[in-house]
Design a protein around this ligand. Structure first.
Ligand code: IMP
Ligand code: MG
Length: 176
């Protein structure tokens, strides 16, 4: 991938190793149960696909797509559900999966939406936690990588809808 805006951060091998480790933890913690894995579209499509294939427990899979009110890279406190789940999560164990956690506004708002539906338990799993960027507290139970800052693309994550298809994660800096 020769693009001057991109600097490799996590290779496909590094991602695969962390995804396997996360899947192992989830398989242990949810042994004997059949949780519903819920991916936040579009960013989580690739992560969910890899994560569930590495699990050793049965799961159900669903997705939802939300839009933050506000524009650009700045998140706001509320989300609009663009595409809702097809399944009923009441009384179920739910694992909410997203690829990146930044300010925390999106995941927190999605958690609020889901909690109202009275799942039995609600856990969260993110591949990348940009901890230094957090503006609101969010419960994160499973984390792949932690980084302080920077805008990343690839492995489902986009900049203006580009780069989602890449199998590695890159730091994006257009001036580079
Ligand atoms: P939040 O700031 O935690 O609410 O993150 C909102 C959304 O912005 C995430 O779900 C991603 O879709 C997107 N986002 C945040 N940081 C990045 C990044 O570094 N690369 C690509 N998308 C990001
Ligand atoms: Mg995006």
């Amino acid at each position: 991938m020769r693009d001057p805006a991109l600097t490799l951060l996590y290779s496909r091998e590094a991602i695969a190793a962390r995804v396997r480790a996360l899947a192992q933890m989830l398989s242990q913690d949810f042994a004997g149960r059949e949780p519903i894995v819920i991916g936040v579209l579009k960013g989580a499509f690739m992560f969910v696909a890899d994560l569930v294939r590495a699990l050793t427990i049965p799961v159900q899979i669903d997705f939802l797509q939300v839009a933050s009110y506000g524009s650009g890279r700045i998140s706001s406190g509320t989300v609009q559900v663009l595409t809702d789940l097809r399944c009923d999560i009441r009384g179920q164990d739910v694992i909410l999966v997203d690829t990146v956690l930044d300010t925390g506004f999106t995941l927190r708002a999605v958690l609020e939406v889901l909690a109202k539906r009275q799942p039995r338990a609600l856990s969260t799993c993110v591949l990348l936690d940009k901890r230094g960027r957090r503006q609101v507290a969010v419960q994160v139970d499973y984390v792949g990588f932690t980084l302080t800052d920077g805008f990343v693309v690839g492995y489902g994550l986009d900049h203006a809808e580009a780069y989602r298809h890449l199998d590695s994660i890159y730091l994006f800096s257009p001036a580079a």
